[in-house]
Structure formats: C-alpha cells, structure tokens
Ligand binder design. Structure first.
Ligand code: ZN
Length: 214
C-alpha cells in the first residue's frame, strides 16, 4: 500500500470505531506501521470526521515527519508495542463502554465464555493504572507483549488491541466489546459459565488445523 492508502486505512477504521460507538468524544487513537514509518491519528479529534489529510506520519522515535496537527499523545504506547512485537502492523486504543467498565472495576473478563473470544483475545493482559501518555504507561505494556498478549485492559482508562493489520486489530476490539457486553447481560440473567479449558484447547486445535487445511 502507498502511504496515502495507509493513511486512508487509518482514517477509515478510526471512523468505524467512532461510528460503532467503540470510543467516546475525542478519545482513542489508531495507527498503522509500515517499515520505519508510523501513520497515526492526531490528538484531540472526533474520529468520525478524520480523512487521510489528518493522519500524522511519525518516525520510530515519535518525531513528526508530516502532518498538520500534532500526533496522538499516546504515540509512546504505539511505538512500544511495535518495538516489542514486530509482527504487529496496526494498533487501536479506544474506550468502548462495556470493556471500559471492566477496566474501571478492574475485573477480569470471562475470556472462555465464548469460543470466539477464547480464540481471538486469549491471553488478555490487565495493566494497572498509569498516567496516559507517559513513558511509564507505554513501558507497562512490555511484560504482556513478551508473554504473547495482544489485547490489553487498562485500569480506569480503556483498552488497546494490536494486530497484523487494521482488520485484525478491529476484530479484536469488536470481539472484546461483545464479550464484555454479553458478560454484563449474562450476569443479570444468572450465573456466568465459561467453557472448560480442555474444550477450549480442543477448539483452538481444531480451528488452527482447519485454517491450515490439513
Ligand atoms: Zn485513552
């Protein structure tokens, strides 16, 4: 993809996240990495109105290369994730209602409640509150990334997901928010049951085998 196409892709998914009410006000930020460039949303903007002209190009140290506004204040987090997980090419940070409520109460999501969430989200890392935008906040992702986690619940803040492309990251966001919402509703109905771990393991094996086609 050309750099204009990559900027369009960031703007397209930022709008989708906002339109699906998966983030609030000017909250959230999204980026794509391509070689040594990161294309990231600008700070303090309503994502619905973003176009490719608004997307900021930064280098791997966070310096602005091109763009009218300033890059997201969360750029350090994006840089840290790309640094630690080379296969990651797209990141979405957002404040979706139900998952953020889990972040505020800092309860663990029942990731084995649904086969899809077990497959797409597991393992989820829960990060204790850090001041947003700081290096400490960015550094707090390191341990989870090393352990293979690409889904993060951030105490009293929101969530971050990372994927091999924007679609992959977005799928994680939708799956996470769906799990949080269904968990909330399930608790109103009665006890929340999770699928036993051996059945989850069998499902993951079955799915990966089918994907490979053997
Ligand atoms: Zn945030």
């Amino acid at each position: 993809m050309s750099n204009i196409q990559l900027k369009k892709e960031v703007a397209r998914f930022a709008k989708l996240v906002w339109d699906r009410k998966l983030t609030d006000g000017a909250g959230g930020n999204m980026s794509i990495k391509d070689e040594d460039r990161i294309y990231i949303t600008p700070t303090s903007t309503i994502k619905h109105f973003l176009t490719e002209d608004d997307i900021i190009t930064i280098d791997k140290d966070g310096n602005k290369i091109e763009g009218k506004k300033e890059p997201s204040s969360e750029r350090r987090m994006h840089i840290k994730i790309y640094e630690k997980a080379p296969e990651v090419k797209a990141i979405i940070h957002a404040h979706p209602r139900y998952a953020t409520s889990f972040a505020v109460t800092f309860q663990k999501l029942p990731v084995y409640a649904l086969p899809e969430s077990a497959l797409v989200l597991d393992p989820i890392t829960y990060i204790e509150y850090q001041m947003p935008g700081t290096q400490e906040f960015a550094d707090a992702f390191a341990k989870g990334l090393e352990e293979g986690s690409r889904v993060f619940v951030l105490q009293n803040h929101g969530i971050t997901v990372a994927g091999k492309d924007m679609e992959d990251a977005y799928m994680k966001l939708e799956t996470l928010e769906f799990l949080a919402e269904v968990s909330f509703i399930s608790k109103l109905y009665g006890d929340l049951n999770e699928i036993p771990i051996e059945k989850i393991t069998a499902f993951k094996e079955f799915f990966n085998k089918n994907k490979r086609g053997d």
